[in-house]
Design a protein around this ligand. Structure first.
Ligand SMILES: Cc1ncc(C[n+]2csc(CCOP(=O)(O)OP(=O)(O)O)c2C)c(N)n1
Ligand SMILES: [Mg+2]
Length: 790
């Protein structure tokens, strides 16, 4: 290792800066008052509840001060991602030292008063969380739930050729599934048009209570593992601060120069061989510089350093002294002036302006967000001369629209489509007329649509797709994730975290809104005939609606024109999670574009042409029954049921209501919710409502239990019956088919009398005929396949 990267003077100052960050970190975890220890530490200066994580923090402080040096030396555009986000004291402390914290929160000033508030607010009621939370400037990654740091980092650097994301990966975090596979993201990075991720594997040896795998395999195995994933690792190892500073500085210089060399090679010399990007393995003790032994147990360098290493309370008076001498070991009098402000000679080590990692606009992506150039979605309308007269594959029609969104924004490089492996099978094939899948591994004859640069990102890891997209959005760009409905559950938890992030940022005026996280679930539960039961699961909706109504939107457009209208809206929206579920097979089209726009704007409506003509003629006439539906397949079955009812029981007055899910909630719970009066006007207060729904039926009850007519609401939906079978049989297995819906009406309306009973028998016979036919022929009855609304 080359020595003397750092002059003695710089080394001394950097060490002091690091000590200042460590001092602030301990202060945040422990102190209620007496922030500069100007008087002997008393128990009343210590918080009652001691919360926070020390173990990871000194290592992250060390990384941060060294990143500051290279940012200045090389004028880097860099942000920091804290994989072990529980190192909140490090990122809060460092953004305070560099000045961004006080700029955003003037109340936390750079003086003794501000220091006291900084310490007190941490993990304190009414204060800030202990993680790299949205409140922390410079953060795009909370890191509360471990595993997504590299995915977020890669998402951030796509289409940001000058950006470097320094990503601290916890060695425990590295054991998670998402992180373990995210090392492979380097096969998707274009060295010309994308920036670069610098992973820093923080090999501090431990998790909460266990050693980590990567710290306990042979060094050679670790090296092989990282190289096997395509990285060139550089090692910084030890615990002696002076030696470690020099080693880290020398390594960072090497690594930055290597990154520049690779980029120059690709961008100037045109060498597009996939580079082996550099990374750093930082092997340092967990809880470095903290208490070595407490009550006869070793702390520093063990798992015991993970959280609060010394319990300071009335039961342990001697621990107070331990804490005081620990804090004093950082020599605060050398670090802060009389007013409690960082010494000027140290403050100047930090970069300035937007180069400070806490102030870098990429970490407040809304600041950089520009609207997409949008084609007029009306131009992509399916021509629908009369309801049900034509068929189309909804997702395919959307693909043509997305193709042009891709094309129109190609120059701005701010729109991408993410998905595990399904852009084609989800019928978005039109996008490949204008772009490719981005891919930087080897290519062979017969490969399709692979290129070094492309707007479509496909890796068979839902975690990566989600994490990349989140990172892309958080840094101010746009995109969507297309996925099988059943397998989107894989990222349930990541969705949770992103929705939480959005909820919190909405309350932070300095965080500028970002583009919405858009899901297209185009291979849905009713269209998995060939894949069967494992691929049939509409439960993501149930999961999503648990989240704040101000954040989540779920759309189940009944046809292609509605789907286009919905996507036009989603791609323009901000700070939401939009879940859109759509079919990908040929299906009847119901609404003209004008009708679709009106329907989608209202989110709910009576389809007068579908219901009894008496009702259409005179709005004052009350229906006998309301047939409601939500989703493309339920709408088809409902309309087919209504056509039977209208023919067989012509006196029955049937109203058809088609709606979006969010409409069902009370207005007080969701901004899309219907008022009580509007709900009653559509669903009546006393008539039976037969409701055909795309997903698990109980959700409809959950959303409507307080509505007036709830006791008359009868919901059909997916009740976990599935297999490889015909499309129509899927609905039969779950009692959602037209014949069951007709029988439901008859069962609920005794006034249908003898005619009703006869029709019910006819329906039962139809179901038997259906079963016999598919068992023999392996496809649906011709009258089902060829059914048309008329
Ligand atoms: C997905 C997930 N599982 C479990 C936890 C609980 N947890 C918090 S910190 C931690 C250990 C992390 O170890 P490491 O990544 O090595 O971080 P460090 O040593 O830097 O603290 C665990 C298991 C979590 N936050 N996220
Ligand atoms: Mg660790």
């Amino acid at each position: 290792m080359k020595t003397h990267t750092l002059s003695q003077e710089l080394l001394r100052k950097m060490d002091a800066y690091w000590r200042a960050a460590n001092y602030l970190s301990v202060g945040q975890i422990y102190l209620y008052d007496n922030p500069l220890l100007r008087r002997p530490l008393a128990l009343t200066d210590v918080k009652h509840m001691l919360l926070g994580h020390w173990g990871t923090t000194p290592g992250q402080n060390f990384i941060y001060v060294h990143l500051n040096r290279v940012i200045k030396k090389y004028d880097l555009d860099m942000i920091y991602v804290a994989g072990p986000g529980h190192g909140g004291p490090a990122v809060v402390g460092n953004t305070y030292l560099e000045g961004t914290y006080s700029e955003i929160y003037p109340n936390i000033s750079q003086d003794e008063v501000g220091l006291q508030k900084l310490f007190k607010q941490f993990s304190f009621p009414g204060g800030i969380p202990s993680h790299a939370s949205p409140e922390c400037p410079g953060s795009i990654h909370e890191g509360g739930e471990l595993g997504y740091s590299l995915s977020h980092s890669f998402g951030a650097v796509f289409d940001n050729p000058d950006l470097v994301v320094a990503c601290c990966v916890g060695d425990g975090e590295a054991e998670t599934g998402p992180l373990a596979t995210s090392w492979q993201s380097n096969k998707f990075l274009d060295p010309i048009t994308d920036g670069v991720v610098l992973p820093i594997l923080h090999l501090n040896g431990y998790k909460i209570a266990n050693p980590t795998i990567l710290a306990r395999v042979e060094p050679e195995e670790l090296d092989q593992f990282l190289r096997g994933n395509g990285w060139t690792p550089y090692y910084v190892e030890g615990h002696e601060p002076a030696l470690m500073h020099e080693a880290m500085a020398a390594t960072l210089d090497l690594v930055v120069e290597e990154i520049r060399r690779i980029q120059h090679e690709a961008r100037v010399n045109g060498n597009t061989m996939r580079p082996r990007w550099p990374m750093i393995v930082l092997k340092s003790p967990k809880g470095w510089t903290g208490p070595k032994w407490v009550d006869g147990l070793q702390i520093e360098g063990t798992f015991r350093a993970h959280q609060v290493p010394i319990a300071v309370d009335a039961a342990h008076p001697e621990h107070l002294e331990l804490l005081e001498s620990w804090m004093k070991s950082y020599k605060p009098e050398e670090l802060f002036d009389n007013n409690g402000r960082l010494m000027p000679e140290l403050a100047e080590l930090a970069p300035t302006g937007d180069r400070r990692m806490g102030a870098n606009p990429h970490a407040n992506g809304g600041r950089l967000l520009r609207d997409l150039v949008m084609p007029d979605f009306r131009k992509y309308a399916v021509n629908v001369p009369s309801p049900g007269s034509v068929k189309a594959a909804d997702a395919h029609e959307l693909g043509v629209f997305l193709r042009d969104v891709t094309k129109l924004n190609r120059e701005h490089r701010n729109f991408r489509i993410f998905g595990p492996d399904e852009t084609l099978s989800n019928r978005l094939n039109a996008v490949f007329e204008v772009t490719n899948r981005q891919w930087d591994a080897r290519k062979q004859d017969n490969d399709e649509f692979l290129a070094l640069e492309g707007r479509v990102m496909e890796m068979l890891s839902e975690h990566q797709c989600e994490g990349w997209l989140e990172g892309y959005l958080l840094t101010g760009r746009h995109g969507l994730f297309n996925c099988y409905e059943a397998f989107i559950h894989i990222i349930d938890s990541m969705f949770n975290q992103h929705a939480k992030w959005l909820k919190v940022t909405a309350g932070l005026p300095w965080r500028v809104p970002i583009a919405s996280l858009n899901y297209l679930l185009a291979s849905h539960v009713w269209q998995q005939m060939h894949n069967g039961f494992t691929h049939q699961d509409p439960g993501f909706i149930d999961h999503v609606v648990n989240k704040k109504a101000s954040v989540v939107r779920v759309y189940l457009p009944p046809d292609a024109n509605c789907l286009l209208s919905v996507w036009d809206h989603c791609l323009r929206s901000r700070n939401y999670v939009n879940v859109v579920i759509a079919g990908k097979y040929q299906a009847p089209q119901w609404l003209t574009m004008d009708e679709a726009i009106k329907h989608c704007t209202d989110g709910i409506g009576i389809w007068p042409w579908a219901g009894s003509s008496e009702l259409a003629k005179d709005p004052a006439v009350e229906p006998d029954v309301v047939m409601a539906c939500c989703g493309d397949v339920p709408t088809l079955e409902t309309l087919a049921a209504v056509s039977i009812l209208r023919e067989q029981l012509p006196d029955l007055k049937v109203r058809v209501v088609v709606l979006d899910l969010m409409k069902l909630q009370p207005q007080s719970e969701h901004p899309h919710g219907l008022s009580e009066a509007a709900f009653d006007a559509l669903f009546t207060t006393d008539k039976h409502v037969i409701f055909a729904y795309h997903g698990y039926p109980w959700l409809i009850h959950r959303l409507t239990y307080r509505r007036n007519n709830h006791h008359n609401l009868h919901v059909r939906g997916y009740k976990e019956e599935g297999t490889i079978t015909t499309p129509f049989d899927m609905t039969v297995l779950n009692d959602l088919d037209r014949f069951h819906l007709v029988m439901d009406v008859i069962d609920r309306l005794p006034q249908t009398g003898e005619k009703g009973r006869a029709l019910k028998q006819q329906m039962q016979a139809k179901l038997i005929e259906h079963k016999q036919y598919i068992d023999k022929n392996g496809q649906d009855l011709p009258e089902i396949r060829n059914w048309r609304w008329n």
